[in-house]
Design a protein around this ligand. Structure first.
Ligand SMILES: NC(=O)c1ccc[n+]([C@@H]2O[C@H](COP(=O)([O-])OP(=O)(O)OC[C@H]3O[C@@H](n4cnc5c(N)ncnc54)[C@H](OP(=O)(O)O)[C@@H]3O)[C@@H](O)[C@H]2O)c1
Length: 278
């Protein structure tokens, strides 16, 4: 049974592909980007564009299980072509954002909800993996930490419950391999709620060198975000952070429920990624 892993340039997609390859499973990796941008994976690579039935049919030929990033554009084409190709099961990388207060007004939550609904009404078996904030979001600080040992933040006291990409990948792979997880909706966070300032401290401990935090205005911070993200997404990120100042969030036990072991904490994630920040 061949597995198709989409979003293969992403942190989670890459980890899913690696974990399946480590298990000796036949894997095809798909990316919307150039095939040359997929280093280190000894798998067949294919282009991926959900809006293009011919590209989809080629990517899905002979595939029974798919790890899918949540992109609303073309999702109905995807479900139709997947059914025609004989795909049995889709593990979706969704988001806990769909549960947040005011989710109906959030671009991020609405797009994930739309993809969840398209899949669950398609007749394909699904597993909706809903993670909270990725620990790997802090890689956006890596350049500044490497260059200046300083991070500029608008909301240093904003909390998240960062989850390791390896945990998301292992849960997704378990779901792809074990039919008992079809129809389930695992909720994944790290084991603790941490402020951004504390996350910087743990990165500093991992690299063995002090890192300072400078508080900047939300306007200045937004300008930087908007250089990498679409405007509405930058606004949503900033609003999300402001709402979490002084508000530790709940943690979820999905990693333990699926894998029978605790989720990795952020100190471990920082050690695993220390070289990115040195
Ligand atoms: N970040 C979070 O805290 C968080 C939390 C919950 C849910 N999510 C959801 O998880 C999904 C992925 O989140 P993410 O982007 O933060 O993590 P990621 O796993 O690193 O994914 C990056 C995504 O961007 C695409 N991409 C386009 N250009 C890229 C480039 N130059 N390098 C690497 N990837 C590139 C990749 O797909 P291609 O290879 O196909 O282009 C991949 O889908 C999104 O649907 C997001 O809403 C994220």
């Amino acid at each position: 049974m061949t597995f198709l892993v989409t979003g293969a340039r992403g942190q989670v997609g890459r980890a899913v592909a690696r974990a399946l390859l480590d298990e000796g499973r036949p894997v095809r990796v798909a990316s919307s980007g150039p095939q040359s941008a997929l280093p280190g994976l000894t798998a067949q690579t294919v282009p991926f564009d959900q809006r293009d039935p011919a590209v989809l049919a080629a990517a899905l030929d002979g595939v029974r299980g798919v790890f899918l990033y949540a992109r609303p554009e073309g999702i109905d084409t995807f479900t139709r072509v997947a059914r025609d190709a004989g795909v049995e099961h889709v593990v979706l990388l969704s988001s806990l954002a769909v549960l947040a207060q005011g989710a109906q007004d959030s671009t991020i939550a609405r797009s994930h909800r739309a993809v969840e609904e398209a899949l669950t009404s398609s007749g394909l078996a699904t597993t909706l993996v809903r993670p909270g904030a990725f620990a790997s979001n802090t890689l956006q600080w890596s350049e500044a930490i490497r260059a200046t040992r300083r991070v500029d933040l608008a909301y240093p006291d904003a909390h998240t419950e960062p989850v390791h990409e390896r945990d998301m990948a292992e849960v997704s792979v378990r779901a792809l391999l074990d039919p008992a997880h079809r129809g389930t909706v695992p909720h994944l966070t790290g084991p603790e709620s941490l402020t951004q300032a504390r996350q910087v401290e743990l990165i500093a401990e991992a690299i063995g060198s002090p890192v300072t935090v400078r508080e900047v205005s939300p306007e200045e911070y937004r300008e930087r975000l908007a250089a990498h993200l679409p405007g509405p997404v930058a606004d949503a990120v900033l609003r999300g952070q402001a709402a979490r100042v002084g508000h530790p969030g709940p943690t979820y036990d999905g990693v333990r429920e699926v894998l029978g072991r605790p989720a990795a904490d952020f100190a471990q994630w920082a050690l695993d990624h220390a070289d990115d920040f040195r």
